[in-house]
Design a protein around this ligand. Structure first.
Ligand code: DC
Length: 203
C-alpha cells in the first residue's frame, strides 16, 4: 500500500502525511528532506546551490542519516533544496532510495512534489494537498516567528514558481489525485479529511 502526498510548500502535507502513516501503521518518508540534505551539503561545502556540478556531487554522495539535522528546516535550506531539485541528475540520484522506501511493508506514505506523478505513479492513494499562497505564508510566518509576512509570501511564491515551472518532474497534481484544499481547515479537520479520502481509496 502506497500513499502519495504531494503539494506546494507549507500546505500542511507533512503534517497530513505523518498523521496518515501513524493512523494506518505505515512507514513515512519526507522526500523534501532528501532535497534539503542535498541543498544543505552544497551550502556547507561553500558552494552556490545553483552550481549544478556541486549539486550532483552532493546528491550522488548523499548520507541519508542526516535526516535529524536541525538546519534542514531553515528557509535558506528550503530555497536551496528547490534550486538543486531542478537538476535532472539530482532527481534521478534520489529516485531509487524513494522507490525502495515505497515498497516497505505493510505500506508507506511519501510526501513531496512528484510522488504521485513520477516516483510512485502506481500509488494506491494520491493526495494533492494545497492552500492559497497567503494562508501558507501566514502559517509559515507563525512557524518561523520573527520573519516578515511579505518576505515569507514572496519566498513561497518564488518556490511555487520554481517547483512548478521546472522541466523535470514539476509540481502538479497527478491526474488521479484527490485535491485537498486546507485553506479553510485547521490541522485536525485536514487530517480527518485526508484519512477519509485514503479510506475511500483503499477500499
Ligand atoms: O517539502 P519541502 O518544502 O521540504 O521541499 C523542499 C524543496 O525540495 C521543494 O521546494 C522542492 C524540492 N522537492 C522536490 O523537488 N521533490 C520532492 N519530491 C520533494 C521536494
Amino acid at each position: 500500500m502506497i500513499i502519495a502526498v504531494d503539494g506546494p510548500a507549507a500546505a500542511g502535507k507533512g503534517t497530513i502525511a505523518r498523521a496518515l502513516a501513524t493512523h494506518f501503521g505505515y512507514h513515512f518518508l519526507d522526500t523534501g528532506a532528501l532535497y534539503r540534505m542535498v541543498g544543505l551539503a552544497v551550502i556547507r561545502n561553500a558552494r552556490d546551490p545553483a552550481d549544478t556540478r556541486a549539486a550532483i556531487a552532493a546528491a550522488t554522495s548523499l548520507d541519508p542519516s542526516g535526516f535529524a539535522d536541525r538546519d534542514l528546516r531553515t528557509e535558506a535550506v528550503g530555497a536551496a533544496a528547490s534550486i538543486v531539485a531542478v537538476v535532472p541528475e539530482v532527481r534521478s540520484a534520489l529516485l531509487s532510495l524513494q522507490r525502495d522506501f515505497a515498497r516497505k511493508q505493510p505500506g508507506a506514505v511519501l510526501d513531496g512534489r512528484d510522488i504521485g506523478t513520477v516516483v510512485c505513479p502506481d500509488a494506491d492513494v494520491k493526495l494533492y494537498v494545497t492552500a492559497s499562497p497567503e494562508v501558507r505564508a501566514s502559517r509559515r510566518q507563525k512557524e518561523l516567528g520573527a520573519a516578515s509576512y511579505a518576505d515569507v509570501l514572496a519566498e513561497i511564491k518564488a518556490r511555487d514558481l520554481r517547483d512548478s515551472q521546472r522541466v523535470t518532474a514539476p509540481l502538479l497534481p497527478a491526474k488521479d489525485a484527490v485535491i485537498l484544499d486546507t485553506s479553510e481547515l485547521d490541522i485536525a479537520a485536514a487530517v480527518e479529511a485526508a484519512i477519509a479520502i485514503a479510506d475511500r481509496r483503499r477500499r
